[in-house]
Design a protein around this ligand. Structure first.
Ligand SMILES: Nc1nc2c(ncn2[C@@H]2O[C@H](COP(=O)(O)OP(=O)(O)O)[C@@H](O)[C@H]2O)c(=O)[nH]1
Ligand SMILES: [Mg+2]
Ligand SMILES: [Zn+2]
Length: 305
């Protein structure tokens, strides 16, 4: 047994700077600080904690982070930004409007593949006339095996909830997507007492002011078996954690043809007898996906400094 085995366990349900809100197995939420200077907890972490000082006062110290099943993060030359840990799946939200960036979408999916987290696509606002164009742009993703849910979270809430519920039940799901796609609408629809849960977190953080925490965990059910994690928007999605030569392994459409290249170390950029480029020419890989591959590959092979 480890040194910390006798300590209480908890789930990190929100983080704000060096403050974390840890939820006990009984459902109590308390403000915790990590021991020492490092603060590398993320939402979804299971931690060992103990009351801070002699007078607990509803505060705790995080002594140890339990080993993670997985961790979704992005990484550029300078830093690593974690989204959440111990996820069952990722829900990648795009909408009929605003027009989504296929590059951002692909990057999210590559990070998920790299972290071995299954991803499901959601196309929201299908009530809008722009839905057909969005559907067409998503067709390659569907063809490469991603599941896709079509929703109108605001326009048709009941139907959307019915479609989404079985997908979420009993799992921990991170909701990722650019702003304006309907993430808040989704949380408010699926978590009836979302505001109350945000309130509990603010209270645990002892802030008084209404803090919008960067990332927050919500429970959908009283039994606390279904978790939904709201994440903040992001600008750049760096993929420095991926080795350039491994990139096709995380892109299901390229992966299918990468084994057919003449050279085992083919970069799929200019070599003769390339199975990937043959598939692009034959229309089996979409030109935009091949372009995105080239862009990310170029980034990953650039020296960092
Ligand atoms: N037409 C339409 N608009 C929606 C739908 N769902 C959300 N919206 C709108 O999209 C905008 C952005 O939604 P919001 O949930 O704030 O997105 P977030 O930035 O991802 O949190 C809001 O004005 C919503 O009312 C939908 O199903 N149809
Ligand atoms: Mg929002
Ligand atoms: Zn090749």
């Amino acid at each position: 047994m480890g040194k910390h085995a006798e300590l209480d366990v908890g789930l990190v349900v929100a983080g704000y700077g060096r403050h974390y809100v840890v939820e006990t197995p009984e459902g109590r939420r308390l403000n915790c600080h990590p021991r020492g200077k490092k603060s590398d907890c993320v939402v979804g972490d299971r931690v060992r904690w103990q009351p801070a000082g002699s007078n607990a006062g509803g505060e705790g110290v995080i002594e140890k982070i339990e080993p993670r099943r997985n961790l979704l993060y992005r990484q550029d030359e300078w830093r690593t930004k974690s989204f959440a840990a111990n996820l069952d799946q990722l829900l990648v939200l795009v909408a009929a409007e605003p027009v989504f960036s296929e590059s951002q979408l692909s990057r999210s999916l590559i990070a998920a593949e790299h972290a071995r987290i299954p991803a499901c696509l959601v196309l929201n606002k299908v009530d809008l006339p722009q839905a057909d164009a969005a559907r067409a742009r998503l067709a390659p993703y569907r063809a490469m095996g991603y599941e896709m849910l079509e929703l109108a979270l605001k326009a048709r809430p009941d139907e959307s909830r019915e479609r989404l519920s079985p997908r979420l039940e009993g799992r921990s799901t991170l909701v990722l997507g650019p702003s304006g796609t309907g993430k808040s609408t989704l949380i408010n629809l699926m978590v009836p007492e979302a505001r109350a849960q945000v309130g509990e977190v603010s209270q645990a953080l002892n802030s008084g002011r209404h803090t919008t925490t960067a990332t927050q965990w919500y429970w959908l059910d009283a039994e606390r078996t279904t978790g939904l994690i709201d994440s903040p928007g992001f600008q750049e999605f760096g993929l420095r954690q991926v080795e350039a030569a491994q990139l096709p392994a995380y892109m299901p459409d390229l992966r299918e043809y990468a084994g057919q290249c003449r050279f085992y170390n083919c970069t799929h950029l200019h070599e003769p007898g390339c199975g990937v480029r043959a598939a692009v020419e034959a229309g089996a890989i979409s030109p935009s996906r091949y372009r995105i591959y080239g862009e990310i590959y170029a980034q990953l092979t650039q020296p960092a400094y």
